[in-house]
Design a protein around this ligand. Structure first.
Ligand SMILES: [Cu+2]
Length: 256
């Protein structure tokens, strides 16, 4: 990825037409905030899904892979009513959020048995950095397997970048990168002992559960990509052909 600071992005953006039309096709069902409270129902299920044109027996949140996008603001109270309809124990972790790891917050020691429910609640501090975070199971001993079967979703916290008019105007697209290891009948393949140690790469590489999805973009237009690597082991070397790509934020939020 070409690195560039935010000032560089702005300089390049000024004077260019703002993006037109939201990129809706690539966004998950968005669960947004209202009046300081974000309330979300999430259900983990084992289900047949169409992934990249083929049937796959995966784990999804609310029947989709990747899971729905949650959006919040600093200072919000977040309440996630979670139901585990998987045939096994699981839980939730809110990756990168600066919230309490205790009680019913981002506590990965909590366990939700098959058929059970748990309501997670936490406050986002008022000075929480904006950024692209994510949620996924953090069940000891099962994290890689449950994530690699599809359990992942983006958790956006709006912040300082969203206040910059040129960035706020750009249409936004989320890209969740996942790879799946499937048999010819669409059943998940268990990793070998070696793959368990070195990391397993799935044969089916997807972005938002699709192969080669496209994002419409006007000539000289801008699009803001929020990219999540939700694969258990795979690294991605990303590039945009014939188009500049600027890095404006990383795991830790906006670049200075
Ligand atoms: Cu994580």
């Amino acid at each position: 990825m070409f690195a560039c600071n935010r000032r560089g992005f702005l300089k390049a953006a000024i004077g260019l037409p703002a993006g037109y039309g939201l990129v809706t096709s690539l966004r998950g069902a968005e669960l947004a905030t209202s009046a300081g409270l974000v309330e979300v129902d999430l259900e983990a299920q084992q289900t047949w899904l169409n992934v990249a044109g083929q049937n796959a027996y995966l784990f999804g949140f609310n029947g989709q892979v990747p899971g729905p996008t949650i959006e919040a603001h600093p200072g919000d109270h977040v309440r996630i009513r979670f139901r585990n309809s998987l045939p096994e124990m699981t839980n939730l972790h809110y990756h990168g959020l600066h919230v309490t790891p205790n009680g019913i917050g981002d506590n990965s020691f909590l366990e939700v048995g098959s058929g059970e429910s748990l309501t997670y609640e936490f406050d986002l501090p008022t000075d929480h950095p904006g950024g692209t975070f994510w949620y996924h199971p953090h069940m000891h001993g099962s994290v890689a397997r449950q994530v690699s079967r599809g359990l992942a979703g983006v958790f956006i916290v709006r912040g300082e970048l969203d206040q910059i008019p040129e960035i706020a105007k750009a249409p936004e697209a989320i890209l969740v990168l996942q790879d799946f290891a499937l048999s010819s009948s669409g059943l998940p393949v268990e990793p070998s002992l070696m793959a368990r140690m070195t990391g397993r790469q799935g044969n089916l590489v997807t972005a938002n559960g699709q192969t080669n999805p496209s994002i419409g973009l006007d000539r000289d237009g801008w699009v803001r990509l929020r990219i999540l690597n939700a694969s258990s082991s795979r690294f991605y070397r990303l590039q945009l052909e014939d188009h500049p790509l600027y890095l404006i934020a990383t795991d830790g939020g906006a670049l200075p």
